[in-house]
Design a protein around this ligand. Structure first.
Ligand code: 26Q
Length: 768
C-alpha cells in the first residue's frame, strides 16, 4: 500500500469538512470516522486484489466474531500506526483518544475471539479465509453492578458508526421462513494482514424487511401488518444471545442460525454460478469451517439449495462431505445444541425434510440406532449431524480432542477413526503482544531482530538472554510500568486503589461454575481470615483482580459475582489488611480491557476442573506476555506446561483421571470436616458475614453441599492443593527464580500463535 503523510492529512481533513467540522473542533466520534474512512480509501485496491487472487477459499461460518476495537490493530497491520500518530499530532490530536471508541463485541468469549484471531492470522499469512457471521444491532451486553449484582445494559456499538464496513446492497439475498421472508444485506469488513498486503473479508449479514414500507397496506390502513413485517425482519439480527457454554433453545436463535447459513451459502453459490459447472466446481473452490454447532444448519441448507438446482440428494450429500468441516469447542452436555423436531418442521419445513433424508441415509449404513442418530425421540442433535456429514472434525487442544475421542464422540470415533483430529488453539501475537505491550516487543526485537512477530517460535532465541541482568531488569521494569497503567485505569473506572508493588493476581473470563471463580473467591476469604488471625506474617501484598460477565439467566453465576463483590467490599474497607490485600471486580470486562490486563498480570489463574475447559486462549495471552500460570492440567494449560515446563508454572489439583475416580464416591461435607479454615470461608456464605443477597449466597452454599450433584466441579476437593500452591507462589514472588519462570514462559509461547493453528487448518483440514 502506498502511503504519504501529507496526502493522508489532506484526505482526512477533507472528510472532516464533509462533516462540517475540522481537526480542532471535531469530537472523537467524528475524528474516528474520518480517520477510518481515509484509511479505508487506501486499502480498497489491495482488498479487491486479495479477493480475486485465490482459486480456492475457506469460509469460516460463525455466529460470533469478537473483534474488539479495529482502529489500532488495522493501523498496526498496515504498518502506519506510527505515521498516523505523527500526522494526528501535527493537528494536536492524541491518538489515544480513540481508546474511547467502544469494542465491537459481536461475540461472547473464547469461541468468538478465536474466530477473530484466526481471520487476522490467515490474512497475515496469505491464506484465503473469509468470515461469515451476523451483524447484530446490539452486541454482548455492557455490564454494571448495582449493590454488587450484575445489571445488563444494551451495547449500542453502532453509535460510534461503523466506518470499517461497506454495505453491499446489490449482493443482498432473500431468506425464507415458513411464516415470512426477509432480506439479508451483507456488510463487508476488511481483515488486514500484518504487513502482508493481503486483505480478506469478514462478511456480516443484517436482516431487513422485504417491503420497508408498503403503501398499499398503508392506504388500506393495515398498519399493524406493516409493523409486524418490520418487526419480524429486524428482530432476527437485533441482538447477540449472551450465553456462553450453555444452551438456550429459543426459536429466534434458530432463525438467526438459519439466516446466517442460508444467506452465506446463497452468496457463495451465486459467485460460483458465474463460472458455470458450479456443482463440481464448488468442492474444488470452497471449503467451509463450521464454528461449533451454531452454523450446522448449513449442511441441510446446502443440500436443499443443490437439490433445487436438480442435483440428486446423494450427490449433494457427497458434496457436503467434501465441503464442510466442524470444530467442537465444548464437552459440556448443556452446550450441545438440540432442537425440537416440531420447531424445525414448523419454521423450516424444507430443512426438516432434508434432515429426515440424512437420518435415513445414516440408518441405511446399518449402524446401531442407539448410538448413531441425528434425530431421536423427535429431537435433532446438531453435533451428531455435524460429525456424520462433515469431512473432518476437530477439538481445540490435545486433551480436549482425546476426550472427544474417548467420550463425547466415542461411537463416531469407532465408526471412523480418521475423522477426529486436533488443532490446538492460538492467539494473534499482533494484538496480544505488539499492540498491547509495545515496549516489551521493542526490547525483544532489539535482541533477536525482527521476524518473530510472524514466526513466534523465534522467541526461543530469547533463551540466550534469560540470565542477562540487563534484559531481566528491562522485563521487570516494563511489567511494572504496565501494572501502573492498569492500576490507574482500575482506579479511574472501578474506584479501587491497587498499589503497583502488589502482586497482580488475575482471573478474567466468562463466569461459569466449571471455571471455578468460586474456588478463587474462597481462597481470598481464607487468606483474609488468616491475615486477620496473624497466621501469614510473610504474605506478600496481593491484589486479586476478577473480570467476568455472567449469562443474564444464569442464576448461580450471578450469585457468585455478588459474592465476590461482597468480598471486595469487606476486604477493601478493612484497614487492618489494606497493606496486604485488595480485591477488584472490574466492570464490563471485554477485549480492550483484556489488552490492558494481560501485559500487567503477575499471575494468570486458569483453574477450571480438569476435563472441562476445552482449551482456553486467555491462558496463552498471559503466557506470551511473561506471566506464570496458576492452574490445573486442563485444556491448553497442559501444552503450556509441555512447552515451558510444569516446574515453571504453578500447577495443582485433580487431573482428568483423578476427577473420574474422585467422583465415584465424593462427599464434599467430609472435606469441610477435615479443614476447619475452609469450612469457615464456606460458611461465610450463610453466617451473616455479608449483608444482602441472602438467597443468592445460600444458593451458592447449597451448590457446594446439597443434593446428589453437590460440588460437581470439585471446588472443595481441589481447595487444599490450590491454596498451598497459591501460597507457594506468593513466597517465590519477587525472587530471581520467579522472574526466570516468567521469562521462560514468554520464551516458549511460540506454539500458541494463531499463525500456527491456521496453518494446520489450511494444510490438514482445508487443503489450501
Ligand atoms: C448454544 C446454544 C444456545 C445458545 C448459546 C450456545 C452457545 C454459545 C456460545 C454455546 C457455546 C458458546 C461458546 C463456547 C465457547 O466459547 N467455548 C470456548 O471456546 C474456546 C475457543 O475454542 C475455548 O478456548 C474454550 O475453552 C471454550 O470454553
Amino acid at each position: 500500500m502506498y502511503f504519504d503523510k501529507n496526502e493522508f492529512l489532506n484526505d482526512f481533513e477533507y472528510l472532516l469538512r464533509t462533516e462540517g467540522t475540522d481537526a480542532e473542533h471535531a469530537d472523537t466520534r467524528t475524528l474516528y470516522n474520518a480517520l477510518s474512512k481515509a484509511v479505508m480509501a487506501k486499502v480498497f485496491c489491495d482488498w479487491e486484489k486479495s479477493g480475486r487472487r485465490a482459486t480456492r477459499r475457506c469460509g469460516y461460518f460463525s455466529a460470533e466474531f469478537l473483534v474488539g476495537r479495529a482502529i489500532f490493530s488495522n493501523l498496526l497491520n498496515l504498518g502506519i500506526l506510527q505515521d498516523i500518530r505523527e500526522v494526528l499530532a501535527v493537528r494536536g490530536i492524541d491518538i489515544n483518544r480513540f481508546e474511547e471508541v467502544e469494542d465491537a463485541a459481536l461475540g461472547n468469549g473464547g469461541l468468538g475471539r478465536l474466530a477473530a484471531c484466526f481471520l487476522e492470522s490467515a490474512a497475515t499469512q496469505n491464506i484465503p479465509l473469509d468470515g461469515y457471521g451476523l451483524r447484530y444491532r446490539y452486541g454482548l451486553f455492557r455490564q454494571t453492578f448495582e449493590d454488587g449484582c450484575q445489571k445488563e445494559l444494551a451495547d449500542d456499538w453502532l453509535k460510534w458508526g461503523d466506518p470499517w464496513s461497506v454495505r453491499k446492497e446489490e449482493e443482498r439475498v432473500r431468506v425464507d421462513f415458513a411464516d415470512f421472508s426477509v432480506y439479508a444485506v451483507p456488510y463487508d469488513t476488511p481483515v488486514i494482514g500484518y504487513k502482508s498486503g493481503v486483505i480478506n473479508t469478514l462478511r456480516l449479514w443484517q436482516s431487513e424487511p422485504i417491503h420497508p414500507f408498503d403503501f398499499d397496506k398503508f392506504d388500506a390502513m393495515r398498519g399493524e401488518e406493516i409493523a409486524r413485517e418490520n418487526f419480524n425482519a429486524t428482530e432476527i439480527t437485533a441482538v447477540l444471545y449472551p450465553n456462553d457454554n450453555t444452551e438456550e433453545g429459543k426459536i429466534l436463535r434458530l432463525r438467526q442460525q438459519y439466516f446466517l447459513v442460508s444467506a452465506s451459502l446463497q452468496s457463495i453459490l451465486r459467485k460460483q454460478k458465474e463460472g458455470g459447472r458450479y456443482a463440481t466446481n464448488l468442492c474444488e473452490r470452497v471449503v467451509l469451517q463450521l464454528n461449533d454447532t451454531h452454523p450446522v444448519l448449513a449442511v441441510p441448507e446446502l443440500i436443499r439449495l443443490l437439490e433445487k438446482d436438480g442435483i440428486p440428494f446423494e450427490t449433494a450429500f457427497e458434496i457436503c462431505r467434501k465441503i464442510f468441516r466442524f470444530t467442537n469447542h465444548t464437552i459440556m452436555g448443556e452446550a450441545l445444541e438440540k432442537w425440537r423436531g416440531e420447531t424445525v418442521k414448523s419454521i423450516l419445513p424444507e430443512i426438516w425434510t432434508v434432515i429426515g433424508k440424512i437420518q435415513a441415509r445414516l440408518e441405511k449404513e446399518g449402524l446401531d440406532k442407539e448410538k448413531y442418530y441425528i434425530v431421536k425421540d423427535g429431537t435433532v442433535h446438531m453435533a451428531n449431524l455435524a460429525v456424520y456429514v462433515c469431512g473432518a472434525v476437530n477439538g481445540v487442544a490435545q486433551i480436549h480432542t482425546e476426550i472427544l475421542k474417548r467420550d463425547v464422540f466415542k461411537d463416531w470415533h469407532a465408526w471412523d477413526e480418521n475423522k477426529i483430529a486436533n488443532v490446538t488453539n492460538g492467539i494473534t501475537p499482533r494484538r496480544w503482544f505488539l499492540l498491547n505491550n509495545p515496549k516489551m516487543a521493542a526490547e525483544i526485537t532489539a535482541r533477536i531482530g525482527q521476524g518473530w512477530e510472524t514466526d513466534l517460535p523465534e522467541l526461543k532465541k530469547l533463551a540466550a538472554y534469560i540470565d542477562d541482568p540487563v534484559f531481566r531488569e528491562r522485563f521487570v521494569s516494563i511489567k511494572r510500568e504496565n501494572k501502573r497503567r492498569l492500576a490507574d485505569h482500575i482506579r479511574d473506572h472501578e474506584g479501587v486503589d491497587i498499589p503497583e508493588h502488589f502482586i497482580f493476581d488475575v482471573q478474567v473470563k466468562r463466569l461459569h461454575e466449571y471455571k471455578r471463580q468460586l474456588l478463587n473467591a474462597l481462597s481470598v476469604l481464607y487468606i483474609y481470615n488468616e491475615l486477620k488471625s496473624g497466621n501469614l506474617p510473610d504474605f506478600k501484598p496481593t491484589a486479586f483482580i476478577f473480570g467476568a460477565k455472567a449469562a443474564p439467566g444464569y442464576y448461580l453465576a450471578k450469585a457468585i459475582i455478588k459474592f465476590i463483590n461482597g468480598i471486595a467490599e469487606l476486604v477493601n474497607n478493612d484497614e487492618t489488611v489494606t497493606d496486604k490485600l485488595r480485591v477488584a471486580f472490574i466492570r464490563n470486562y471485554n477485549v480492550s480491557y483484556a489488552e490492558k490486563i494481560v501485559c500487567a498480570a503477575d499471575v494468570s489463574e486458569q483453574i477450571s476442573m480438569a476435563g472441562m475447559e476445552a482449551s482456553g486462549t486467555g491462558n496463552m495471552k498471559f503466557m506470551l506476555n511473561g506471566t506464570v500460570t496458576l492452574g490445573t492440567l486442563d485444556g491448553a494449560n497442559v501444552e503450556i506446561c509441555e512447552e515451558a515446563g510444569k516446574e515453571n508454572n504453578y500447577i495443582f489439583g485433580a487431573t482428568v483421571d483423578e476427577v473420574a475416580t474422585v467422583k465415584k464416591s465424593y462427599d464434599p461435607k467430609k472435606i469441610l470436616e477435615k479443614n476447619p479454615k475452609l469450612k469457615k470461608a464456606v460458611e461465610s456464605l450463610i453466617d451473616g458475614t455479608f449483608e444482602g443477597g441472602r438467597d443468592e449466597l445460600k444458593a451458592v452454599y447449597d451448590s457446594l453441599l446439597s443434593g446428589a450433584d453437590a460440588d460437581k466441579y470439585l471446588v472443595l476437593y481441589d481447595f487444599e492443593d490450590y491454596i498451598l500452591t497459591k501460597l507457594y507462589l506468593n513466597a517465590e514472588y519477587g525472587s530471581e527464580t520467579f522472574t526466570t519462570k516468567c521469562l521462560v514462559n514468554m520464551t516458549n509461547a511460540g506454539k500458541f500463535s494463531a499463525d500456527r493453528s491456521v496453518k494446520e487448518y489450511a494444510e490438514h483440514i482445508w487443503n489450501i
